[in-house]
Design a protein around this ligand. Structure first.
Ligand SMILES: *Cc1c(COP(=O)(O)O)cnc(C)c1O
Length: 487
């Protein structure tokens, strides 16, 4: 038995010869592997696989699944990555056989309903973002960022404007922003935030110039604060010949209230697996559609989904397109879920989403402000940041607070991000939580603040109630155990 308490590893359940499958007898000639696979790639030893029954496997993974934390099992206030409830009607619609059983290589004439759904989804996203055209190809937020930046690059290049090598991002930006800029071949320039947590306009003026390809921004920013000077910022960048990129991974604060297109942005990506209730986490699949203003339409990845008199079809004849960024046309199942969400909510519902998301965040922020440091004392949007500076003086770090929350059954918020706030705790309650849930979480946070004063060890040594206690996260990331080691 290993040290994971009562849960054996699947390999420990192995009984030689026990199988969890039965295959019909082979009725075709056996293939000689040497004829189809180069010798170097053919394994010489049997793979080490568990030998268990089907029921053993079911029980094993069901037991493990009970140890997971997800939105369906508990409150998950993860700042910057909207973890809201995913309505189950989305799943029903995605499983309609006419959607679920389509083969991606079917002729367009046989999948007009699916194409129509994607087309309508694009129309809704155009309306929501204030953009002129949308592609559903990108598979995730970061992929959308890269796609958008490649279009901006193609735009400048087609104007022979090849000196534009720099992308400006605020110091509070999500890590994917500078990463995408680098992968798209740009150099990242950082612009500072001022003492109110907003982009410092003077600093922006000093970094913008003839080498500026784009400014990447999210609004509200990652501190949950609205960049009130956005129109002025857009003018500074546009006057210098640059483009504005909107990181719309989290649209919960502006949905049906304000549109990136009206703020002066030229390109926007959305995370349908955050704001639009696609299931999120565990590595995918996601969907990161990108919307553009008219002058960037020629560079959209091809094919482009169009509606013609005789129906929907994919158009490939787009000579200036940046190419294809995803096989087929994105992750269809996630797009069905987002479409279902938008249609079931309707415009008034989407407006209510924003209002409750912002109300919930402000309520929680004000309740917690007396007990933690509040670096930016102003109304927040869908999320807010606290600082654990006060607790740090007592020997309790923000990491300890996050670990202690596990004992209360909560998935901890995002911590130590954004980087420009010391001992940062970033909380996003979302609109789908009840006041009772918010109050219970607030009570837990206040109790932890009290413990930090009266009994810091209980926080420093947390978690106490989980199967595995405090992990060495660096070691776990650097030296993952990839496979059961036989003793
Ligand atoms: C989640 C997130 C991203 C990246 O989205 P992925 O789908 O994880 O690639 C980018 N920007 C912001 C602000 C985000 O919250």
């Amino acid at each position: 038995m290993n040290n994971h308490q009562d849960q054996p590893l699947i390999f420990e359940l192995t009984r030689p010869g026990r199988v969890g499958y039965s295959l019909p007898e082979m009725d075709v000639p056996e293939l000689n592997l040497d004829d189809v696979i180069p010798a170097d790639y053919i394994r010489t030893e049997e793979p080490e696989l568990p030998e268990v029954s089907e029921l053993d496997i079911m029980r094993h993974y069901t037991a493990l699944s009970r140890r997971n934390h997800g939105v369906d099992s508990g409150f998950y206030p993860l700042g910057s990555c909207t973890m809201k409830y995913n309505p189950k009607i989305n799943e029903n619609v995605a499983r309609i056989p006419g959607f679920a059983h389509i083969h991606p290589l079917q002729d367009e004439s046989t999948v007009q309903g699916a194409l129509g759904l994607m087309y309508d989804l694009q129309e809704h996203l155009k309306e929501i973002t204030g953009m002129d055209e949308v592609t559903l190809q990108p598979a995730a937020g970061a992929h959308g960022e890269w796609t958008g930046l490649m279009m901006i690059r193609a735009f400048h290049e087609s104007n022979n404007d090849t000196a534009r090598t720099k992308v400006i991002v605020p110091d509070s930006a999500h890590g994917t922003n500078p990463a995408s800029a680098t992968v798209a071949g740009f150099e990242t320039i950082t612009v500072k935030s001022d003492e109110n947590g907003l982009v410092d306009l003077e600093d922006l003026r000093s970094v913008v110039g003839p080498d500026t390809a784009a400014l990447m921004l999210t609004n509200p920013n990652t501190l949950g604060l609205f960049e009130a000077h956005i129109l002025e910022m857009a003018k500074i960048v546009h006057d210098a010949g640059g483009k504005l990129y909107y990181d719309g991974a989290n649209l919960n604060a502006v949905l049906s209230k304000a549109r990136p297109g009206d703020m002066g942005f030229d390109v926007v990506h959305l995370n349908l697996h955050k704001t639009f209730t696609g299931p999120h986490g565990g590595g995918g699949p996601g969907s990161g559609p990108v919307g553009v203003k008219a002058d960037l339409i020629p560079y959209l990845p091809k094919p482009v989904l169009v509606k013609r008199e005789d129906g929907y079809r994919f158009e490939y004849d787009r000579p200036q397109a940046i190419g294809r960024v995803k096989p087929f046309y994105g992750n269809f199942g996630i797009n069905v879920r987002a479409y279902t969400y938008i249609r079931t909510m309707g415009p008034d519902g989407l407006k209510a989403v924003t209002e409750y998301a912002v109300l919930n965040a402000n309520y929680m922020m004000r309740q917690l402000a007396p007990h933690f440091d509040l670096p930016f004392n102003q109304h927040c949007k869908h999320e807010f940041v606290l600082s654990g500076k006060r607790q740090k003086k007592l020997g309790v770090r923000t990491l300890d607070i996050a670990k202690r929350l596990l004992d209360f059954g909560y998935h901890p918020p995002t911590i130590y991000f954004p980087l420009n706030v010391e001992e940062c705790i970033m909380i996003e309650p979302t609109e789908t939580e009840s006041k009772e849930t918010l109050d219970e979480f607030i009570a837990a946070m206040i109790q932890i603040a009290k413990e930090a004063e009266e009994n810091p060890e209980i926080v420093q040594e947390a978690p106490h109630s989980t199967v595995i206690k405090r992990l060495d996260e660096t070691l776990a990331a650097r030296k993952p155990v990839l496979r059961f080691q036989k003793q």
